[in-house]
Design a protein around this ligand. Sequence first.
Ligand code: NAP
Length: 464
Amino acid sequence: MENEQLITITSPLDGSVLGNVNAMSKSDIDEVIQKSKKVFDSWRAIPLNERCEILYKAANLLVTRVDELTDLLVKEVGKDKKSAKSEVIRTADFIRFTIETAKNIHGESINGDSFAGYYSNKFALVEREPIGVVLAISPFNYPINLAASKIAPALVAGNTVVFKPATMGSLCGVRLAEIFVEAGVPSDAIQVVTGKGSEIGDYLITHKGINFINFTGSTEVGQSIAKKVQMVPLLMELGGKDAAIVLPDANLEITAKNIVSGAFSYSGQRCTAVKRVLVLEEVADQLVEKILDQMKKLTVGNPLYGEADIVPLINKKAADFVCDLMEDAKEKGATLRYGGEREGNLIYPTLFDHVTLDMRVAWEEPFGPVLPIIRVKTVDEAIDIANKSEYGLQSSVFTENINNAFNVARKLEVGMVQVNNKTERGPDHFPFMGVKNSGIGVQGIRYSIEAMTRIKGIVVNLYD
Ligand code: NAP
């Protein structure tokens, strides 16, 4: 490595130093991408079943290392232990399912004579081939899972990967890449680029050696990438403002439980967290009381010292941003029903009722434990407010009436609607996508493999 500059990674939980990563220079990045390109032909030439064997080993290694990785996740991104452990196990399951799926993706042959004027002497063989060097950029909140959900489908399809983890989460990212290498992936086929996105991001994304960008992160950064990149396909999972729409005939007990776990787990630092509730006035009082009952059960604290649902946010900037949203809501007359306190970067679970549309918290993604309740008079008003968002990741609709559920679901401008469940990603073989400012393209195991491969057609013309 030419550049010896280091970035110190500290824990958001107690400020302790966890390690260092390189702040890579442009020439380091050139070297990484060159190596990635060079190994591409030999990696794609390895038979699929052998690539799958290697990835199976990576899945098994993840399980073997679950305690070590859980510990690192807790310390590096402040995740509670239970969620950290389930992130690692889910990732191993993800890789295994990716392998099974890849083995069952087959090409097709298409006869020419089904089109007018053509004859059966012409047919096309349609296959999928890898795209080349995939740049995978992941966010801080699931440093193992969201990274592997790009890396595994890319590798199984025969691509090579240049992986840029979020700086907060880069120690997890480096460890994950090491596991793939230990399992047998050539070290040039999965390389990690470390350094601050604000410093090296533009150079990376516009590098001529990159053939595909698979990005998960904020809408702000996603939009900046989309503006700068030319003729390189993009897959993007961005921010959200997922609404839980509650109809009068909903089972309010189940609804409240879902809303609270959807809004507050990992302190709301999830793209699919429930980020607003749109409830019909006639059941709003009852729902709010039930939500409060559930919120009182949330545990708050530092996951280093025990299980906690609400943990400190990733950094001071994130906590300041959430506090600004809370101040704005208070100033404009929202009713603070619960929480509102802050200790360092720990924000207590907070519920605002009577939130109105002039308040920032009605529209902006807090990425923190703050939930606004917006009361509406009609179902159409709920749909209208849901759809006015710049985002379109997911929505929930809570109702006991299947007709109402479908009628609302079909009108919502989002990637996916959950009926009687919190908004959430998974199971991982389901498609996962956002519309509007929430993303481009579709993830989900089969969809990710398809996105990171391209169709190649070979047309056969037979002589008489
Ligand atoms: P972020 O600040 O946008 O960072 C995401 C990644 O982009 C990091 O690796 C970051 O590196 C890198 N980056 C920053 N600036 C860049 C640039 N100019 N060019 C290229 N890369 C750059 O997001 P985050 O705070 O880590 O994650 C939270 C956001 O991600 C939320 O908005 C959340 O909704 C979204 N998210 C969406 C999904 C989804 O599936 N839709 C899933 C998870 C998270 P550095 O860390 O070095 O800055």
